[in-house]
Write a protein that binds this ligand. Structure first.
Ligand code: E4P
Length: 221
């Protein structure tokens, strides 16, 4: 299972790259806004800066929802760097655009996916990634089943029909989400730097390490 960082913060992205086990970046318009980046040119510049920091793929999201506009915006994003994956919301014209980019061999990430049927349509359209928003599903009390059940259904459906679309678990809130994804065989998990960094840590590691260092000091003296 591959880890991506879900962030548009340059410091966090650099730290994530330095950790070594995080192999790509996902962004969205809200994460970009959080960095006080506004205006088309500044946003494109910001993506360029991210591309310089990382060796893996970077999902950059379109704002448009009409086919022609998505195609234009998607091309502008894809032209920044080969690492850019064009992130497109699952609306009717979005699926059409995913199909268009798939024929042009431009990678896409179908986003704002909340159901297995939406994921099936993304795969049928040729999306490279399908982003299921686990946390937002579990936060929404109208959902008939959990995000874990949905992601497991998506895995079965994509396998049944041999789709190459990769499952990207997004909106991750806990270690439990990550473990469940690993058990199911999710291709990618994207999460905040804080959550990813916390995967390394355990209180028994800290106390065990302290004891080893203290004991080593005794043997030295
Ligand atoms: C996915 O690609 C999104 O950027 C992200 O995971 C959304 O997460 P949130 O629900 O924490 O905003």
């Amino acid at each position: 299972m591959i880890f991506f960082i879900d962030s548009a913060n340059l410091d966090e992205i650099k730290k994530a790259e330095d950790l070594g086990f995080i192999k790509g970046v996902t962004t969205n318009p809200s994460l970009i806004a959080k960095e006080s980046v506004s205006g088309k040119n500044s946003i494109l510049d910001h993506y360029q800066k991210i591309c310089k920091l990382v060796s893996g793929e970077i999902s950059a999201e379109v704002i448009s929802t009409k086919f022609k506009d998505i195609v234009k915006e998607g091309h502008q994003l894809a032209e920044i760097d080969k690492k850019i994956v064009v992130k497109i919301p699952i609306v009717g014209d979005g699926l059409k655009a995913i199909s268009y980019f798939s024929k042009k061999k431009i990678k896409t990430n179908c986003t704002l996916v909340f159901s297995a049927t939406q994921a099936l349509l993304a795969a049928k359209s040729g999306a490279t990634y399908v982003s299921l928003f686990m946390g937002r599903i579990d936060d929404w009390n109208k959902q008939p089943c959990s995000s874990v059940e949905i992601i497991s259904d998506i895995k079965t459906i994509l396998q049944n029909y041999h789709y190459s679309t990769k499952i990207l678990a997004a909106s991750i809130r806990s270690h439990k989400h990550i473990i469940e994804c690993a058990k199911i065989g999710t291709d990618v998990v994207t999460a905040s730097f804080t959550l990813l960094n916390s995967l390394i840590k355990h209180p028994l590691t800290d106390s065990g390490l302290k004891k080893f260092i203290d004991d080593y000091k005794i043997t030295k003296s």
